[in-house]
Design a protein. Structure first.
Length: 95
C-alpha cells in the first residue's frame, strides 16, 4: 500500500475484501499534514510506502517500534519510507 499525499485532494478512502478480512486505507490532507490510517486483517502482512519530506519523520501514534523498521526509498523526486507491518490498525502522520 502506498499513501499518496496530493495537496489538490483533501482526502481518500478505500477498502477491499481479502481472504483474511477487510483491508482499509483512509487518508486526509490538512494544511501541511498528511494523516493516514491503515487497517490490516488478522494473519496478514502488508508492505507500506509512507510519503515523507526531507528532514521530517512520520509519527506512527502508539506504534513507535516501527521507526527502526523504516527503509528509505527514492522514486524520482519523491521519497518514501517503506516498512512491513502485521495485522492491526495503524495511524501515521507526516508534517
Amino acid at each position: 500500500m502506498a499513501g499518496r499525499s496530493q495537496p489538490q485532494l483533501g482526502w481518500g478512502k478505500s477498502s477491499v475484501e481479502s481472504p483474511y478480512g477487510t483491508i482499509r486505507s483512509e487518508w486526509k490532507n490538512e494544511g501541511q499534514t498528511f494523516d493516514w490510517t491503515v487497517e490490516i486483517p488478522p494473519n496478514t502482512i502488508a508492505t507500506l510506502h509512507i510519503p515523507c519530506r526531507p528532514g521530517k519523520e512520520p509519527s506512527e501514534g502508539e506504534h513507535r517500534n516501527l521507526q527502526k523498521k523504516l527503509t528509505p526509498v527514492k522514486e524520482g523526486r519523491r521519497v518514501w519510507l517503506m516498512c512491513e507491518i502485521d495485522s492491526r490498525t495503524y495511524h501515521f502522520s507526516v508534517e
